[in-house]
Design a protein around this ligand. Structure first.
Ligand SMILES: [Fe+2]
Ligand SMILES: [Fe+2]
Length: 142
């Protein structure tokens, strides 16, 4: 999604919040299933979680890079370095999700893959907060 809703703090924040909460609860469920040795269910949840990261969160990042970010730089060229930094965060999310997918295909749901999902949550949480503050905050300078 691009256009006006990504430029509005409230709407953008609620996209972040909704996607984050769902990722968090699926990760907690996966953690429990791995701990209980429920391999079949754990594989299903891990699959759903990878799809969630790819479609909802990385999909959101893709659309920011296609529309929202270039618009910001065009309007405020001094934000170029911040945009580069935020794009690097997106790339970390892409790398961690790809690694999780490869690990799941290779060795099934393990505690190692859980590490990827926890790292994804942490990186995404910091990223969303900075994006909201630096690009959408009311107090950023013009
Ligand atoms: Fe982003
Ligand atoms: Fe965003």
């Amino acid at each position: 999604m691009s256009g006006p809703s990504l430029r509005k703090l409230d709407a953008h924040q609620s996209i972040h919040e909704g996607a984050f909460m769902e990722a968090k609860s699926l990760t907690e469920l996966l953690e429990k299933l791995i701990k209980d040795d429920k391999e079949k269910e754990a594989t299903e949840v891990a699959d759903a979680l990878i799809e969630h990261w790819e479609k909802r969160i990385i999909g959101h990042a893709d659309s920011e890079e296609e529309g929202f970010y270039p618009e910001v730089v065009k309007k405020e060229p001094e934000l170029k370095d911040i945009i580069m930094m935020l794009t690097r965060d997106h790339n970390l999310l892409r790398m961690l999700a790809k690694e999780a997918k490869d690990r799941l295909a290779e060795s099934g749901p393990t505690s190692k893959i859980l590490g990827n999902f926890q790292a994804l949550l942490l990186v995404n949480e910091i990223h969303s907060r900075e994006e909201e503050q630096l690009l959408l905050g009311h107090d950023h300078h013009h």
